[in-house]
Structures are given as C-alpha cells and as structure tokens.
Design a protein around this ligand. Sequence first.
Ligand code: AKG
Length: 319
Amino acid sequence: MKEIYPKPTKSLAIAKSDLKKWGYCLLEDAIPNKLNKLAIARLVEQAKAEKHLNLAYEDGSKSKKWGDFDINDSNAGVNQRVWMLPNKGKVFLDFLQNHNYMKCLENIVGNEFIVSSFSANIAKPGGVPMELHTDQWWMPDPVKREIDFLPVGSMSRKVFDFQINDKILSNDDLISRPVVSNVLIMLNGMSKENGGTLIVPGSHLFGRHPDKELDQDIKTISAEGPPGCAIITDGRLWHGTGANISNQDRLAILITFCGPQFRPQENFTIGIKKDVFPSLTEFQKELLGFKVWNGYGRTGNPTEKFIDIEDDLIGELKI
Ligand SMILES: O=C(O)CCC(=O)C(=O)O
C-alpha cells in the first residue's frame, strides 16, 4: 500500500498529527507573508555581502560536507550558510514571535524551550545532497542496566552510542525522546528540483541515527511547499539538504529549538551584539538563553530571572 506522507497544510491539528506520526509536518503560512518577503530581501543582501567580503561559510560540495569542521577553508562549498541571524537584521528577530509555527513546538519540546541555532541555508545549483542525520545526535540513548555505555563526554558527531555497542540497537522497547525541533522556513518555496530537504518519513521512531553504510539504500522523499511553508521536525527525524538541480538558489531559514537544559549550537548569550540586545523583548531573551532555567544558565545569584550582557558581576573581594 502506498503511504500518504504529509502535505502542506494550514491546519494546526493536521500539522500536529503529522508531526506525531511521521516526525515532521509541512505547515503553510508558518510566518506572515510580509515578513517572508522582507526576509528574502535582507537575506540575499547579507549573503551577498558576506561572500563579497570573504566572510561566507560554504558547504554542500564533495570536498566540504556539513560537519567537516576540520577543513579550514570556509569557502570550499557550494551552499552558503548565514549564521547568527538575530545580529543580522530586525526582520530576523521578528521570526522569534508567537507565529503559527511556534504552536507546533510544544508537542515536541514542551512549554519552555530555547533557540539552539538561527541561520539560513542557501542551497545553490550544483550542491551535493547532505548526509542524512538527526538534529540530536548528541542525545544519550537509553541503556540496559548491564550494558557498557558510551560516557556522554566521549560522544562526537562521528561516535554515538549504537555504533560502539550494537547491543543498544537491540533495545527495541526504549528510544530517546525528542529534545529538539527544527523549523525550516521555505522562503522561496521548496521542490525536489531546488534541493527540497530530504526526509525519511517515520524515522523519528527508528531509535537510532542514520549510518552511511547501513542505510545507503534508504528511501527518502523531498519536502515540497510554497513560500512561507515550514517543515517542522521532531529532532529524531533523519533528514538532510537535497541537491539543487534548478537554476535558482533555494532560500531557507532554519531555527532549531531545544529544551532549556541543553547546550545551544550558537552561543547567543555572548554572541548577541551589544547594540541588538536592548531591542530584545522578554520572550526573545528567553528564547536566546538569557532566562535562567531552574538555576541553570546564571552568572551569579541562582535566584536571578534573567542575565544581562552588562551584568555587574561579583569578582574577587576582600574586607
Ligand atoms: O537545508 C536543509 O534542507 C536542511 C539542512 C539541515 O538539515 C541542517 O543544516 O542540519
């Protein structure tokens, strides 16, 4: 029987049910149309300037795939990433409001969450497909009592639990919960031709991460949708950028959210520029990690609610 995978929808109820069943949904009008248009203009301008000034970070080529952080050359790719968007225009901060996409997050990451990274991925003609991955490879898997587990600090992008100890794979009853949700907003629409994100529907329940050797023949679908449509994922979903075989750039914003107890990919608390910080709303400060969570993330007194980049910290004292 042919499976019916998620289609773009404006219904939050359908989106939430797709997210549960397939590990992703395609939510139309995830942000207001006007914001989408303004973001395209600002992103194109910023990306062009970063490239011109030799500041661009590029991946998605055969010689430089995502995750090849040991290759010094930032320009060895085809696709262009634009990082730390909160610093790169008010229009991007305006994504961090209670837009439609936010309403799907609570089912995955709960009532409180923070932004792990906020970037753009411009998939350009000629880019190669990104390797399939989950966005929570660092999440320790549940283990059976008698198993020698991989200590958490020994994990890396190349070594996770199941690879060193395949007994964990046979632990079918227990899988890790989602602790991340990625929101990929298709600024100018996504199709199979322009590198629509490759997805393995239902893989959020496989209970492991994809493996290059084991999963070479796995079937993927390409996410497709109109401008302003978002792919909202369960962090365990197997996915990656597709190859853009069209003649136009594919513009996508990626906002990755995680539980407040995890380390974000981008360190907004020291990375937010001093002139941007005063414009943040309380909600944006919370999302960017400035809110103290149960005493975690503080800079001093554990009862403080928010930290500030200008906090006057107690240093060495004597009386
Ligand atoms: O750009 C895409 O389609 C997906 C990107 C992605 O999976 C990632 O950056 O982790």
